[in-house]
Design a protein around this ligand. Structure first.
Ligand SMILES: C[S@@+](CC[C@H](N)C(=O)[O-])C[C@H]1O[C@@H](n2cnc3c(N)ncnc32)[C@H](O)[C@@H]1O
Length: 308
């Protein structure tokens, strides 16, 4: 592995304030990355506290393990958080005090050209965060039919020029690198919004490649199985598609956001929000770490009867 590009943990103090309610509890960091949040969690836990940290990326696990060093309270688990319940030892199901999810990609993944996440670096079209057997960006760009490609760009990239971009991509096949893809997109979008359009199309392809929304829904549902009553779910999202899923789930325990009520009109949601408003980074944090600017933090607590 080349050197791990430093990832500055976002809203570190805010996350800790809401996550840690018992220093001897069992915690999950579902998105270990460079280990910034995990390291802080460990510094706040007592001797019998435990932290299980998940990442699907070998480079993240290796870098975080090196950073944290030997700590018997800390266990890393390589895998997709979409299968959280299966990754965790069964004896801690229903015992977990808090789960942290810091969604999306790390600075390392973006800066490492070979991973193919960035339109600012020239690299192979890959974008797989983990499992190297899945669909890569190359396949989405070069094999998807027009409608499927247009929908990825429109729904996951939220890019309005999806039709023109999909058409241009298909006409320029084969496209081998992120640099070539960038050129094709730049030629058809409004110059004024070129960077935004590039970011949106790359985001859309990345979400498709990693099945990010599906995996987010899975982990939210499974969190109910592993959290204990009163256990907390602390989630940081970076775009509106993710935030909408989190918001609805926190409100209703499902992805329509429709709350079920009992005969007396009492809400039957398995979660209750801990904060009334979403939490966002301070201006000071954004000035030091511009990558934090779109972060939205939501916190909910499992109710007594909540769970699956
Ligand atoms: C924003 S970074 C986390 C940074 C971390 N909080 C820190 O302080 O260094 C997101 C990490 O989550 C991982 N990740 C994203 N989606 C995942 C998934 N579905 N399953 C497992 N890991 C995932 C990525 O590989 C990446 O390393």
């Amino acid at each position: 592995m080349t050197t791990y590009h430093e990832h500055i943990p976002v809203m570190l103090n805010e996350c800790m304030e809401y996550l840690i309610t018992d220093e001897d509890g069992i915690y999950i960091d579902g998105t270990l990355g460079g280990g910034g949040h995990s390291k802080k969690i460990l510094s706040l836990l007592g001797e019998s506290g435990r932290l299980y940290a998940v990442d699907q990326d070998d480079e993240a696990i290796a870098a975080a393990t090196k950073r944290i060093g030997n700590d018997s309270r800390f266990t890393t688990l390589k895998g997709n958080f979409g299968y959280l319940a299966t990754l965790l030892p069964p004896q801690i199901h229903g015992q977990v005090t808090g789960i942290l999810l810091d969604l999306g990609v790390s600075t390392h993944q973006i800066k490492e050209a070979e991973r193919g996440f960035s339109f600012q670096e020239d690299g192979p079209l890959d974008m797989r965060m983990g499992n190297l057997t899945g669909v890569s960006a190359y396949q989405v760009v070069n094999n998807y039919e027009y409608e499927a490609l247009r929908d990825v760009i429109f729904h996951y990239g939220e890019e309005r020029a999806s039709r023109q971009i999909a058409k241009a991509i298909i006409e320029s096949r084969p496209i081998e690198t992120t640099g070539e893809l960038r050129k094709v997109i730049s030629e058809v979008v409004n110059k004024k919004f070129e960077i935004k359009s590039l970011a949106r199309v790359f985001q859309g392809i990345r979400i498709e490649v990693n099945r990010e929304l599906e995996m987010l829904k899975n982990v939210l549902e499974q969190s109910l199985e592993v959290l204990k009553p009163g256990g907390r779910l602390v989630v940081m999202s970076y775009h509106s598609l993710e935030d909408r899923i989190v918001k609805r789930f926190f409100k209703a325990g499902n992805f329509d956001g429709k709350q079920e009520k009992d005969f007396y009109g009492n809400v039957l949601s398995p979660l209750q929000p801990v904060t009334r408003q979403i939490i966002t980074p301070s201006d000071e944090e954004i000035s030091v770490n511009p990558a934090s600017r779109s972060a939205k933090l939501r916190v909910a607590e499992k109710t007594e009867g909540g769970g699956s």
